[in-house]
Design a binder for this molecule. Structure first.
Ligand SMILES: NC(=O)c1ccc[n+]([C@@H]2O[C@H](COP(=O)([O-])OP(=O)(O)OC[C@H]3O[C@@H](n4cnc5c(N)ncnc54)[C@H](O)[C@@H]3O)[C@@H](O)[C@H]2O)c1
Length: 256
C-alpha cells in the first residue's frame, strides 16, 4: 500500500490568510503531505512565523505580504508564487475581514470591506491564478461559512459575502471544468483567533452556546480537522470532486 493518491509531493499551494487560524492549519496539513506553500497575509512577520514552522517540518515555503483587498497585492502574490516555485496547483482563499452588526446599522464601508476581502478577492485571485492553474489542472478552494447558510442575526455583510463565494465557486466549477480546474467551497468550524473575536463581538459563550450545539461536541482544530480535509481535496484521490461545498463543522450548521 502506498499513499500515492493522497500525496501532494511536487505540488504548490498559495494560501491567503495563512499567518494564523484556518489558513495556517491548511498550510501545515498540506505541507505534511509534501506540498510547497506560499503563505500570504497582511502582516509579513506573521506570515514569516508560519513559514518558519513549515521549514521546521521540512517543507518549502515563502512568505508574501498581501492585503487581499488590493488587486495589485493579489497579482503580486500569484506572481511571487509562480516565480519562486515555477507552478501553482492549489489556490486557497481563507483571508476575510469580519463585520458584525444589525442590518439597520450596516454601513456601505462595512459592506464594502466584507465584499472586497471575500468574493471580490476570490474573483481576483482566481483570475490571476487561472493561467497557472490551467497548466496544472489545479484546484481552487474558497473558504465560505455556515453563517451564509443559517442566516444568523447581526452578520449580514459577512454572511452575504460568504454565500457569494459559494456561488462563485459553483460557477467556476462549470466554466473551468473544461480546463480540468476544480473549484470547491469549504465551511469550517474551528478554534481560531477569529473565533475568539466572534465570541467577544457577539457576546457568545463558547462553553454554554457553541460547543453544546456541535454534534461532535468540540470546535475543530485548524490543522488536523480542517487542514487535512483540504489536503485530501487537493490530492488525486479527490480528482472527481468539483463544485461542492464541504461542511467541515462537526455537524454544527445543519444539525443544530
Ligand atoms: N473559525 C471558524 O470557525 C470559521 C467559521 C466559518 C468560516 N470561517 C472562515 O475561515 C476563514 C479563516 O477564519 P479564521 O477563523 O481562521 O480567522 P482568523 O481571524 O483567525 O484568521 C484570518 C486571517 O485572515 C487574515 N486577513 C483578514 N483580512 C485580510 C486581508 N484584507 N488581507 C489579508 N489577510 C487578511 C487575518 O490577518 C488572519 O490572518 C475566514 O474566511 C472565515 O470567514 C471560519
Amino acid at each position: 500500500m502506498t499513499d500515492q493518491g493522497t500525496s501532494l509531493h511536487g505540488r504548490v499551494a498559495l494560501i491567503t490568510g495563512a499567518s494564523r487560524g484556518v489558513g495556517r492549519g491548511i498550510a501545515l496539513a498540506m505541507a505534511d503531505k509534501g506540498a510547497a506553500i506560499a503563505v500570504a497575509g497582511r502582516n509579513l512577520q506573521s506570515c514569516r512565523n508560519t513559514v518558519a514552522e513549515l521549514n521546521r517540518r521540512g517543507a518549502e515555503a515563502i512568505a508574501i505580504q498581501c492585503d487581499v483587498a488590493s488587486g495589485e497585492d493579489i497579482t503580486r502574490a500569484v506572481e511571487a508564487t509562480t516565480s519562486r516555485f515555477g507552478r501553482l496547483d492549489v489556490l486557497v482563499h481563507s483571508a476575510q475581514s469580519f463585520n458584525y452588526g444589525p442590518i439597520r446599522r450596516l454601513t456601505p464601508q462595512e459592506f464594502d470591506e466584507s465584499w472586497r476581502t471575500g468574493p471580490l478577492a476570490a474573483v481576483q485571485l482566481m483570475q490571476a491564478a487561472f493561467p497557472a492553474l490551467r497548466e496544472t489542472q489545479g484546484l481552487i478552494v474558497n473558504v465560505a461559512s455556515g453563517a451564509g447558510i443559517t442566516a444568523p442575526p447581526a452578520m449580514a455583510a459577512y454572511a452575504m459575502a460568504k454565500e457569494a463565494m459559494r456561488t462563485l465557486t459553483r460557477v467556476a466549477a462549470v466554466e473551468w471544468g473544461r480546463y480540468r480546474i476544480r473549484a470547491l467551497a469549504l465551511c469550517p468550524f474551528a478554534q481560531t483567533d477569529g473565533m475568539d473575536d466572534f465570541e467577544q463581538s457577539m457576546g457568545v459563550s463558547r462553553d454554554k452556546d457553541l460547543v453544546p450545539a456541535i454534534p461532535l461536541g468540540r470546535l475543530g482544530d485548524p490543522e488536523t480537522d480542517i487542514g487535512r480535509v483540504v489536503a485530501f481535496l487537493a490530492s488525486d484521490d479527490a480528482r472527481y470532486l468539483t463544485g461542492s461545498t464541504l461542511m467541515v463543522d462537526g455537524g454544527y450548521t445543519y444539525l443544530r
